[in-house]
Design a protein around this ligand. Sequence first.
Ligand SMILES: [Zn+2]
Length: 264
Amino acid sequence: MAASTSAQWYRIPALKDNYIWMLENPSTGALAIIDPGETEAVMAALKAHDLTPTEIINTHHHADHTDGNAALRAAFDIPLMAPASEQARIADITTPVSHGDRVTIAGYDAHVIETPGHTTGHVAFHLPDIGGDHGIAFVGDTLFSMGCGRVFEGTMAEMWASLAALRDLPDETLICAGHEYSAANADYVASLNWSRAESHDRMAAIKSLRAEGEPTLPVMLGVEKKANPFLNCDAPDLIAAMNMPADSDPAEVFDALRTGKDQF
Ligand SMILES: [Zn+2]
């Protein structure tokens, strides 16, 4: 009888609306902490689950994703994997990574996908096989449920390309994003009068989960591919809902959609 070696994930609510993620490899005890924006919440989770971390992973330089790096590294003497292009803004990276790199996270094979837009050096990590029937992706502040990150440093076209790259991952990919923004995102999507049934289904699910005080993440990518307008900027029904010409450049549709959210 084969023992299950499927990865175990942990979601740690932190700061105002952040999620810090952890991924454990039960067969080796390896434990990765992804985007520790603070130390205390992580220490409490480690104690509660009797876990010892073996590595820290950062998707981008923002303080609400990195402020716990130094204290956790000092406490456990563990390496830090982060974007090579952010070495000036993230201190003491031991494993700098770039687009296309194949690395291991908690002992699982992981692919590095550059996702600029929210910040210039933002990356996502896709782990296609963590045991079980789905992969997992740590996407930081690029993709949220029913939304996407604000475009602070890159261009709208870069952010659209980043989202399109994430959309290329398999439907059976569990999306672990950096913030619980789903309810506010759903309110904006509702204002678009986009008649896509799957989008309305996801909005209803988010409303119901949040009414119970439950998290809406992680979410399967296959759900977001159909429900999230930011992943549908080349879809005729969304372009029509945006009142834009049918032959619009998807990057321009994305620009209009994102700008609308910024002003919502
Ligand atoms: Zn951020």
